[in-house]
Write a protein that binds this ligand. Sequence first.
Ligand code: C2E
Ligand code: CA
Ligand code: CA
Length: 697
Amino acid sequence: MTDDYTGYAPTLVALSLLVAVIASLVGFHLAARVRGSRGLARRLWWSGGSLVMGLGIWSTHFIGTRAISATADLSQDLWLTLTSLAFGVLTSALALAIVQTRWLSLCKLLIGGSVMGVGIAFLHYVGIGALRVEGTVSYDPMLFMLSIVIAVSGSMGALWLSFRLTPEKRRKVPLWQISLSALIMGVAIAGMFYTAVAAAQFPQQDVATEIGASASDRLAFTIAFMTIGIMLIVLILSIHDAHLSSGNARLAASLRKANYELKALVSRDPLTRLPNRLLLEDRLDALLTRGKPGAGNEFAVFFVNLDRFKTVNDSLGHHVGDELIQQVASRLQVAVRDSDMLARVGGDEFIIVSAENTGRAQSAKIAERIMSSLGKAFQIDNNLVRITTSIGISLYPSDGRDKHALMIHADAAMYFAKDAGRNNFKFFEPGMISATERRARLENRLRDAIENDALTLAYQPKVNVITGEIAGVEALLRWHDAGLGNVPPDEIIPIAEESGLILPIGEWVLKTACQQSMDWHAQGYPLLKMAVNLSAIQLNNKNFVSVVKRVLSETQLPPHCLELELTESAIMQNPDRASMILLRLRELGVMLSIDDFGTGYSNMAQLKRFPISCLKIDRSFTSGVNSDLQDAAIVKAVVALAHSLNLEVVAEGIETPEQLAFIRDIKGQQYQGYLCSKALSSDDFQAFLQSRYPVNA
Ligand code: C2E
Ligand code: CA
Ligand code: CA
């Protein structure tokens, strides 16, 4: 078998090709693993991968040399063989190290590919050197160069492919693409070996014996199967790990998403999807840390509160209240600028933090825009709901330099806006204290006021529209506190209701008013029908009917001379219970009327079930009868309706003769208002009576 080194054993050639293809496949997979893992896992994949790939490449070479009859039976130098294997491992380690990096630059491709190619060539030529050849091996220079070129370009191709095949941005590489690439790579590796073998010219050898040949075949097969076995195990491990980590990645992604949604949930108001207080405070913090107080850094905090929202909610139901809040939110969103932040911080409370560079003048403009936008009627189901708004504004840095000061001051200013008759806005001024602070102070003082008899009643006449005679009188609560000044009932009542003080106060009002009516009568004046305002809490108190009974018997006031005024919302809080209690009061002979009629949106059909005798049309309608067609139409309709239901009508808040003329024209029976008299102290009211019904005291 002289010179017959071109004879090949086809099974072994196929086997070496198979090993090369599998090694490529394993290489591509490992490249993805190494890139996709971190820390220790990455180092393990890298070193383990280098070993296995190196073994694969070396096996391709080893089986290749066994496939060639010229070299098939040569024994090998162990150390050089191991050195050749080491080159395979080092080259693989280099390849995997390169693919760990993020980008494959041209420079990296050229240098990395060259070093790898040379490494593979070394593997081969050291491997050949390990053969114990008798004499020297010479090389064909052209084929030698060609084998290096194939090794280098094959390595570059491998690098390039493994970057292309690594899943990037969740793109999954199809299996066929990987397999095809591995096939090409495998052919390239094997091709390089066979070219290099062809470059070697071996000296004449002894003829191989049958036994020797089959022994070398067996060795080649053993190495091939072991290598394939190891590579397949690593491949399976790699695929399994890829699966696991993509599962982990998916888990991490869904956790991230859940986290994000949770954050959105806790920082958003569920009804309006607006930011809540949490997010708003973040924004305030950001604004406050961004710039030092100075020109260009001023901004405003608006505290927006709807007037009478509770009435809408109580009388029309929560779904209408919710809808109203949603519509208000979207109108506010339009009214503010994109750069301002709007948040919902309570039931009917919103806070707006303006963008930087918003001074006083611009803040006033924003407030005006908000008020006019919310001033237009809201269409909700079949209801036309009208509300007004009170706004308090604090400015950074003049009204506060931290978020709490700014919010508390805006709140205090809002409270002053409400106090100034609602439906307006106020800038914070030093001396304004926050609503909560004032509330706490008021509640304390109110307890003292009850004990010290500091509460008084004022009396306002109800007048017959036609005759001008006094048809009755309404008792209104008054409180003058040395420190707080005159506290209006609109402010006292909510605090009294919340603190439970409304029950003793209400009973005191009832008793004082009934007693007063009897006292004036005792002095010779006509016995006047006395009207007393009731809170929903009193109405719902289980002792209320017996309290009324007791007061009537103690004061001796005839029941038909007591009139209880209730708002629609007080009745509608619990209509069944209210109708039962009102019936019992009616059985006592007490008169009942609906106060502030028109603001509570209750429907007439429902009102018919209550034993009432009078409707009081709210001041907000009567004040506009001469100027606003809609108000005039509403008042007219209410009067007509009252007539048809056989109810009396009292027009509240009549201030001008024209308003009175309007009421007279549409046949309203009574009115109340400054035109005749304000609410007067008991002495003043007695003087008023004296002027009308002179008695000789
Ligand atoms: P209300 O029952 O509707 O009382 C009428 C309010 O309008 C009174 O205010 C009265 O002074 C005012 N007023 C009367 N005529 C005119 C007018 O021509 N023009 C204007 N601009 N206002 C007029 P006040 O006394 O401040 O009472 C406010 C509310 O406080 C009352 O509204 C009533 O709901 C409540 N309130 C007063 N006293 C009591 C009470 O003893 N118990 C309960 N539960 N509520 C009370
Ligand atoms: Ca009243
Ligand atoms: Ca009223």
